[in-house]
Design a protein around this ligand. Structure first.
Ligand code: PEP
Ligand code: MG
Length: 588
């Protein structure tokens, strides 16, 4: 059977399905042998104790750092965990029906969901999120023992999930994953970005796939065209085995290509940087021959942390990333939470109607000035560490929309330095940059530039806001087009304005690492690119094949075309002329 979804991370993988629901909340039919019932009860009790401890420390930290109101969320969660109606049903099912703790938790959540759905009061209906949160925490603890099952499965694994939350995607590093298929999510959802950063082919937006695949099934993931084959026939399998070999060959060539200089065929120097989430990925960036880290997304520290990390923890983590990064050059982006990345302890308990237009990113940082100041102090201290290693740490502010916001971040940064000076702690002032991802900022870039030292184009967001097409909604993915004429025009203008003002500009959205977009950006005058580490070697190779003049002519022509489809078709031809094998790295 073949299912069609959205191609979100290129490449081809063949492997054994591993349905991730079972990792976090085990399947209904999971029954334990009679002899294991006592162990299962003990596992559940231990999970309850560990969860209670987590919640208690979360409540303390959040109350101290964010405020009593937000901290109170965890008081509610603790009360749920103490409620006998909640806690006693699980041991009852384990004892009487021999259900595994995970399966019992799943049933419990199902019962609560059914109950809450009937509630008339909307506020009450929303409380199901609190119950869910507690159940998921418990499940994560009881599932610890389920995880080894993944190792018992044969061959490379294809993870099948409803939606991969960013924090889950990060923990996937512990399992050998060859491919990913999700029911929800899209090109630029953060799980897709993580898949690309690891070179893992992925397809999203495949509705009800979890009903069609069970753990152990043979599955093919075609991350170029967004195809997923379940129990493929012999012919399909043979064809894909060949493609998979080619993809793996390409990946091996990358290893050789990473040593290449970052220049075009005519010797124009380029800055080819990496986007990373943590020190492990900074190491990967080093391995792939990056010139530095162009975007360090700090939110993953928060997403994977049970509670707010304090200044010392952040400082230590930033130092680890700086130490692991090529030439110790790091552009650190301050907290960019919101949109599809939510953290319950930052008050994201109730969903917003328009999360991407709402309370995210710098807006959230401004609303938690203490939390923001803590991050800025950690950044300034880490900048000192980078200098000592002979590198540099720069800071980047996400989702900048107005001049006032930039003035405010500058003031806050200055004050953070003063606080450190008062404490007698070593720090270093840093270069300040803005993410260009909001159309209003693009329209007023000349007004914003005097307040920053550099610009990073967040094309993932810029495209969604320009095209008014949610980056995570498969229904409007036909509009979400980085090669749309509107996007190319805005990029052309922005590059020109920065050049006139002599302010460096980098593109750090996903398009920087896509071969077709790379060609057109180079032609528009861009010289600095930051991308998922996995794409660096092939982009280096591609750069070696083209001259700036050639790309300029292509970009000029692309700018005359009237549709994204036309631009794509034209650039595909250009790529065919240069390096046809790189089409394997494109997604439809
Ligand atoms: C972007 O928007 O292009 C970007 C790099 O930021 P993020 O993907 O983290 O929103
Ligand atoms: Mg962004």
């Amino acid at each position: 059977m073949m299912r069609k979804g959205l191609a979100v991370s290129p490449g081809v993988a063949i492997g054994t399905a591993y349905c991730i629901q079972e990792v976090f909340v085990a399947a209904d039919r999971h029954v334990v042998p009679k002899d294991d019932v006592a162990a299962e009860l003990a596992r559940y009790r231990a999970a309850c104790e560990a969860t209670a401890r987590d919640l208690e420390s979360l409540q303390e930290k959040v109350t101290a750092q964010v405020g009593r109101q937000t901290g109170a969320i965890f008081a509610v969660h603790r009360a749920i965990l103490r409620d006998p109606a909640f806690t006693q049903r699980v041991p009852h099912w384990i004892t009487t029906e021999q259900l595994s703790a995970a399966a019992a938790l799943k049933r419990l959540l199902g019962e609560y969901q059914a109950l809450f759905e009937q509630a008339q009061d909307e506020h009450l209906r929303e409380r199901i999120n609190d119950v869910r949160d507690v159940v998921i925490r418990l499940s994560a603890y009881v599932s610890e023992a389920l995880r080894p099952e993944s190792h018992a499965l044969p061959g490379p694994l294809i993870v099948i999930a409803d939606e991969l939350l960013p924090s889950q995607a990060v923990t996937l590093g512990q399992i050998e994953v060859a491919g990913i298929v999700t029911e929800r999510g899209s090109q630029t959802s953060h799980a897709a970005i993580i898949a690309r950063s690891r070179g893992i082919p992925a397809v999203s937006g495949v509705a009800h796939i979890l009903h069609q695949v069970t753990t152990g099934d043979l599955v093919i993931v075609d991350g170029r065209h967004g195809h997923v084959f379940i129990h493929p026939d012999e012919g399909t399998l043979a064809a894909y085995r060949k493609l998979e070999r080619e993809y793996q060959l390409l990946r091996r060539q990358w290893v050789a290509a990473r040593e290449l200089p970052s220049t075009t065929a005519d010797g124009t120097p380029l800055e080819l940087l990496a986007n990373v989430n943590n020190a492990q990925e900074a190491n990967l960036a080093q391995d792939q021959g990056a010139g530095g880290v162009g975007l360090y997304r700090t939110e993953y520290l928060y997403l994977t942390h049970p509670a707010l990390p304090d200044e010392e923890e952040q400082y230590r983590e930033y130092c680890r990333v700086i130490e692991a990064s090529p030439r110790h050059l790091v552009t650190l982006r301050t907290l960019d939470i919101g949109g599809d990345k939510t953290v319950p302890y930052l008050g994201h308990q109730h969903p917003e109607a328009n999360p991407f237009l709402g309370w995210r990113s710098i807006r959230l940082s401004f609303e938690h000035p203490e939390l923001f100041a803590t991050q800025l102090r950690a950044v300034l201290r880490a900048a000192h560490h980078a200098r000592q290693l002979g590198g540099e740490l720069r800071v980047l502010f996400p989702m900048i929309t107005t001049v006032e916001e930039l003035r405010k971040v500058r003031r806050m940064l200055y004050r953070a330095g003063q606080q450190l000076a008062e404490r007698g702690v070593e720090y270093l002032p840093v270069s300040c940059g803005m993410m260009l991802e909001v159309p209003a900022a693009a329209a007023t870039l000349d007004l914003l530039l005097p307040l920053v030292d550099f610009v990073c184009v967040g094309s993932n967001d810029l495209v969604q806001y320009l095209m008014a097409a949610d980056r995570d909604n498969p229904k409007v993915s036909h509009l979400y087009q980085p090669l749309a004429p509107a996007v190319l025009r805005v990029l052309q203008q922005s590059i020109q304005i920065c050049r006139q003002a002599k302010k460096p500009i980098t593109v750090c959205g996903e398009m920087a690492g896509q071969p077709r977009a790379f060609l057109v950006l180079l032609g528009l005058g861009l010289r600095s690119f930051s991308m998922s580490p996995a794409f660096l070697p092939s982009i280096k190779q591609l750069a070696q094949h083209v001259t700036v003049n050639q790309c300029r002519a292509w970009a000029d022509h692309a700018l005359t075309l009237r549709s994204a489809r036309g631009v794509r078709r034209f650039l595909t031809q250009c790529l065919e002329e240069l390096a046809p094998e790189l089409n394997l790295l494109e997604t439809d």
